[in-house]
Design a protein around this ligand. Structure first.
Ligand SMILES: Nc1ncnc2c1ncn2[C@@H]1O[C@H](COP(=O)(O)OP(=O)(O)O)[C@@H](O)[C@H]1O
Ligand SMILES: [Mg+2]
Length: 337
């Protein structure tokens, strides 16, 4: 293994490579473990946009925290451009913290209310020594322009901004780090549809024009389809289907993906068949396939065998009896690209 940490030394290594990553939390006073992540395999390449989708409790936020280095995997490997995340020295960790920018779910709560927008944007620039002091005001103005905010916003405090403006400031703060990846956890949830659309457009343009990779956590398949080239569907701590968004949503192989699509209200279709039952607790996984207890297709084998994620034609699914393309007559109407 090389010791150099420069991106230029390893242009073809994926930004992120996760192998069989587990994250267990002790529960019941440490008598049992809850696996929030249970064997995640994932690759993210430079400039790629990836949507992480799945119901609440499927492990999306935990996965993001592990990728950011905010939490350590209890098993498996997380490599960042070939380097093990948990073996990085402090300089490499600082670099990782700069290159992987996080937009918090609660954008307003993540901004210090006593700081002006100018100060909030200057902070990461100083922290990572990205500009000389005298260049900072110009850089702040540049960042505001990049996220479509007027100059005068620089003098305001977060409490004086609308929800949409606060999200834009959060995006500008992420860009201030000059990141390779932006990770956003449900960052448009709770916004007006029109404001939501503006923010999605902003993120999409940034990702396309600047080559920054994007990991977008959402439970909204329409948002995933609009924003991301690739999608990874999570269920109970594992990725159960992944691949190019258009082909996955156009013809899902995993019944869980199909279930999410059926439950997803579209403008042209009423809510047809929501997923039956509730997502089980990761502390009480059903035997065999983890989706078996809710799967309309489950057979005897599914109760006995835990299916691995297997590749087929550029996409992956963890199902013993994957849906056949013809059987799923639903086109991805949300796909607008
Ligand atoms: N610190 C923690 N301690 C115990 N359980 C946790 C902790 N964080 C998350 N979990 C559990 O891990 C599972 C996945 O959570 P999370 O990653 O937040 O899912 P998602 O973001 O998809 O909703 C849930 O069952 C959640 O209750
Ligand atoms: Mg979450």
């Amino acid at each position: 293994m090389t010791t150099t940490m420069h991106a230029s030394s390893a242009p073809d290594l994926p930004l992120f490579s996760l192998q069989d990553v587990e994250k267990a939390y002790p529960i019941d006073q440490g008598r049992r473990a809850l696996k929030a992540l249970d064997g995640v395999r994932l690759t993210l390449r430079a400039g790629e946009s990836l949507a992480l989708v799945g119901e609440s409790g499927s492990g999306k936020s935990t996965l993001v925290r592990v990728m950011l280095g905010l939490e350590t995997a209890t098993n498996g490997r997380v490599r960042v451009r070939g380097h093990e995340l948990d073996q990085m020295d402090s300089a490499a960790r600082r670099r990782h913290a700069r290159e992987v920018a996080y937009i918090y779910q609660d954008a307003r709560g993540s901004l210090d209310p006593r700081m002006t927008v100018a100060a909030l944007l200057a902070e990461p620039i100083r922290l990572h020594r990205l500009r000389d002091e005298r260049e900072i005001p110009g850089r702040v103005a540049e960042l505001l322009a990049q996220v479509g905010l007027p100059d005068e916003v620089a003098r305001r405090y977060p409490s004086e901004l609308s929800g949409g403006q606060v999200r834009r400031v959060a995006v500008a703060r992420a860009l201030a780090c000059e990141p390779q990846v932006i990770v956003a956890d449900e960052s448009v949830a709770g916004l007006d549809v029109s404001v939501q659309a503006q923010l999605l457009n902003l993120l999409r343009d940034l990702q396309r024009d600047s080559g920054i990779a994007l990991v977008f956590v959402t439970h909204d398949l329409g948002v995933a389809a609009y924003l991301c080239e690739r999608v990874a569907v999570m269920y109970l701590g594992r990725i159960v289907e992944s691949g190019p968004t258009a082909s996955i949503l156009g013809a899902p192989r995993h019944p869980y993906t199909q279930g999410l699509m059926d439950a997803f209200p579209r403008f042209d279709a009423p809510l047809s068949s929501p997923l039956r039952g509730e997502i089980p607790s990761p502390a009480d996984l059903p035997p065999g396939c983890r989706f078996q207890s809710r799967c309309p297709q489950a057979r005897a084998d599914c109760l006995a065998t835990d299916p691995p994620l297997t590749s087929h034609a550029g996409r992956e699914a963890a199902c013993l009896f994957p849906l056949q393309p013809a059987a799923s007559g639903i086109a991805a109407t949300a796909q607008t690209r």
